[in-house]
Design a protein around this ligand. Structure first.
Ligand SMILES: Cc1ncc(COP(=O)(O)O)c(C=O)c1O
Length: 344
């Protein structure tokens, strides 16, 4: 939802018509949004909900570091202009779901400024790295976004759910959502004296999600959360070192933040066999409760995905994780995977 709010403001700002009144049929040109091929699927849902269709979200290839390829982005923008399509918005990701990669936010901000495009940042995973003294340089440029989505239930480890959207242009934010209702009139005094939050998003009735965040920051202070984010990234680097020391483990993507992608690879197996092997390793770790590891596929290669998102994680937990991957992997080499395996 946080991304949808930002993208809706972007769509309405860039449509070239009063979209709230006239609807998408009245747009003089089709709009195009751009994101890397690592973008989260919530942006597909956003395009669907905004009436633009998934075809309006152009996926730009990512480079070897899983960052949006800037050359390909520029070429696509030029090609779309030539075809009468209106480039509207670049969606940069600060912390991709697959690998934790962070797009070049400054370069994208420069491009958006030069081309007159809206810059939206999906910072659901990584925006709060701004709090982390040792790693905040990773998100340099984040403050230049026109809109930014962040998930405080991820970065601050708050109870679900508390997504948040920041939109730079307050007027644009308001005119995207505000409606005049005879039963919701602002007063200078009384209970309707404050700003109506329903003028800035889709829902009218809403929970007081901000309360738990306010209490957490009051209790612990923002600096502590910054230190914990630094700690998670340092632990991911430690895990990366453990993987590098093990010939049977392959690192599958650079470790940038607190996400580590790797797999058990005894050699001599094709992709399908490695997928089956690693899926079984993941399932056994989940079922025995050793670790809640997930999986993903990066550039066509299946792998285990470790997201260190609990501040109680210790290095010894990561030692155990690696030992267990190796132990289960070796067991599986000795004993074929049973037919009822949960693999896909
Ligand atoms: C990068 C990114 N964007 C958006 C989302 C969607 O956020 P939510 O799960 O809060 O709906 C996620 C979820 O993991 C994500 O990783």
């Amino acid at each position: 939802m946080a991304n949808i709010i930002g993208l809706m403001a972007a769509r309405n700002a860039m449509a070239g018509v009063d979209l709230r009144q006239e609807g998408v049929d009245a747009m003089p040109q089709p709009l195009r949004f751009y994101a890397s091929d690592q973008v989260h699927t919530c942006h597909h849902k956003a395009m669907n909900l905004l009436g633009l269709g998934k075809k309006s979200l152009c996926k730009i290839p990512s480079d070897d570091a899983f960052r949006m390829d800037m050359g390909a982005l520029k070429a696509q923008i030029r090609a779309d202009c030539d075809q009468g399509i209106k480039p509207a918005c670049v969606i940069a990701t600060a912390g991709t779901t697959n690998t934790g990669s962070i797009d070049d936010l400054s370069a994208i901000a420069d491009l958006c400024a030069a081309e007159g495009l809206w810059m939206h940042i999906d910072g659901c995973i990584g925006a709060l790295i701004v709090l982390a003294p040792r790693h905040r340089h990773l998100v340099t440029g984040i403050a230049r976004a026109d809109s930014l989505a962040l998930d405080l239930h991820k970065g601050l480890q708050a109870p679900f759910d508390v997504g948040c959207t920041l939109v730079r242009d307050r007027r644009q934010h308001r005119i995207t959502f505000a409606e005049d209702a005879e039963y919701l009139q602002k007063m200078s005094r009384g209970i309707a004296a404050a700003e109506f939050l329903h003028d800035y998003s889709l829902d009218t009735t809403r929970g007081f999600r901000a309360l738990k965040i306010w209490m957490m920051i009051k209790e612990h202070g923002a600096q502590k959360f910054g230190r914990l984010i630094d700690q998670g990234i340092a632990q991911a680097q430690y895990l990366t070192g453990l993987i590098a020391d093990q010939p049977l483990l392959d690192q599958m993507a650079p470790t940038v933040i607190d996400i580590v992608c790797f797999r058990f690879n005894p050699g001599g197996r094709d992709e399908a066999a490695l997928r089956e092997l690693n899926t079984e390793i993941m399932l056994r770790m989940q079922e025995t409760g050793v670790a809640a590891v997930s999986d993903t596929t990066v550039k066509g290669r299946h792998c285990l995905r470790v997201a260190i998102c609990n501040h109680r994680t210790r290095r010894m937990d990561l030692d155990l994780l690696v030992q267990e991957v190796l132990r289960i992997g070796s067991d599986l080499l000795a004993t074929p995977i049973a037919a009822e395996s949960g693999g896909r």
